[in-house]
Design a protein around this ligand. Structure first.
Ligand SMILES: *Cc1c(COP(=O)(O)O)cnc(C)c1O
Length: 438
């Protein structure tokens, strides 16, 4: 029988094992990143034990003197990074940010347009029958933006025709949500914004994946291109702790604030908020250099995989303009089993549906694709040459079917030179060092 102390020790043992593993692995999950030691320090503070309901300086709790100042700092930084008139940094995740958007701008039963999940949409934009947040939680009727499968981007003309048909049928969209979880190319917000405005819709943009790229000035600028509201996660290309945020024009501030609190939040994870402020200061200083390298790396990774025989999508467009690379893996197996094989070799990435997978009879557990992201390895100091090495490791596992134990050893050896976080002010502690304060 396990004693209380046994459980306690076991929890810490597992945490330490996780840190040890990531120290030797290649972290290529496109929705993840590694925060700086400064962000980790902020996460460990007492802020995480407090409440601060309401808006800074109008709280309904005492004890918020310093919390208010940090939140205002975070807002100021985000306004600068995104050139936004209004910022609410309280939503605790990307999904909650989208729920704030739905609550503020739609009523249950309204039509929303977004990408379908196989086409890159996120489950928070999903239909009711899929259990997606938009449909199952806010009762929105989700209609799809059209995707050009070859270009991996929204098809402007087809989408315009779909909007027209919805208007004719008396079911005009009330919300258009650009953005997605497979997001290799900037979406045609400028080309479609007027179509949606004329139909009476609010135009929004989910920047969960690309917030860091936008802040670093390297992707697109949705608020200048016609989006009125932007939702985000703070831990994907933006290298902060797990949290969310909503940006908009000033005229929408009241309804967003109201939807966030009292609508969707009570506490808003103040330690994470402090970490976001720290990460935003880092991004203000190092963001441009960081995102340039992220994009250079993902293009180089796409090219290196392609040269080794992988079916990397969108070759004719240079594979990607973001942190994401998408590979059709059906020549070698299915996304689920390939993900598992690579994990055994300490190459950590995820399976992904391809736009045509559902029609081809494939489903999420065994999809046709894998998705890779270069944000975290870039943060560890890797550049184009290292992308070729990563492609080589993947080839050895997936194509050459080499012994995964052997590749795993080589991956660990390769990782030795990349142990600190770059693009931050201070990095005295290693990226995945287990920090003990007990
Ligand atoms: C990751 C993601 C989200 C959800 O973000 P969380 O912070 O995990 O809640 C929302 N939208 C898109 C497009 C995403 O990729």
């Amino acid at each position: 029988m396990t004693s209380a102390r046994g459980y306690y020790d076991q929890a810490f043992r597992l945490l330490q094992q996780h840190h040890g593993w990531f120290r030797e692995a290649l972290p290529l999950i496109a929705s993840e990143n590694v925060p700086s030691p400064a962000v980790r320090e902020a996460l460990a503070t007492d802020f995480g034990n407090r409440y601060a309901e309401g808006w800074p300086e109008e709280r309904v709790y005492a004890g918020c003197v310093y919390i208010d100042q940090v939140e205002l700092l975070c807002i100021e930084l985000m306004k600068k990074l995104f050139k936004a008139e209004f910022v609410d940094v309280r939503p605790i995740s990307g999904v909650v940010s989208n729920l704030v958007l739905y609550t503020a701008f739609t009523n249950p039963g309204d039509v929303m347009m977004a990408l379908s999940i196989p086409c890159g949409g996120h489950i928070s934009m999903g239909k009711k029958k899929l259990g997606g947040t938009a449909g199952a939680v806010h009762d929105l009727v989700v209609e799809y933006l059209a995707l050009d499968h070859k270009d991996l981007n929204i098809d402007v003309d087809k989408t315009k025709r779909r909007v027209e048909r919805l208007v004719q049928k008396g079911r005009p969209p009330k919300l258009a949500l650009f953005g997605g979880s497979v997001f290799p190319f900037p979406h045609p917000v400028r080309e479609l914004a007027d179509t949606f405005y004329e139909a009476g819709a609010t135009v929004a943009y989910d920047a969960a994946h690309v917030a860091g790229l936008i802040a670093g000035g390297c992707f697109q600028d949705p608020l200048r291109e016609g989006a009125e509201v932007v939702t985000l996660s703070t831990h994907k290309t933006l290298f902060g702790p797990q949290h969310g945020g909503v940006l908009s024009q000033d005229r929408h501030s009241d309804r967003i604030k109201q939807a966030a609190f009292p609508g969707l939040l009570s506490n808003h994870h103040l330690h994470a908020l402090a970490g976001v402020a720290v990460a935003c200061a880092e991004l203000l200083e190092f963001g441009e250099a960081y995102v340039r390298q992220v994009v250079r790396n993902s293009k180089a990774l796409g090219q290196a995989l392609f040269e080794r025989g992988f079916d990397v999508l969108a070759e004719h467009k240079g594979f990607t303009e973001s942190h994401v690379v998408l590979v059709d893996i059906t020549k070698y197996g299915d996304g689920g089993s390939i993900e598992g094989e690579l994990e055994k070799a300490n190459v950590i990435l995820n399976r992904n549906l391809l736009p045509w997978d559902i029609k081809a009879g494939r489903h999420f557990m065994h999809p046709g694709g894998i998705r890779l992201g270069t944000s975290e390895v870039t943060r560890l100091g890797m550049q184009e040459n290292e992308m070729a090495e990563i492609a080589e490791f993947m080839m050895r596992v997936v194509i050459d079917k080499e012994d995964v134990e052997k590749v795993k050893k080589d991956v660990a050896e390769f990782r030795r030179d990349f142990q600190t976080v770059h693009f931050c002010f201070e990095n005295a502690t290693e990226a995945y060092k287990y920090v003990k304060i007990r």
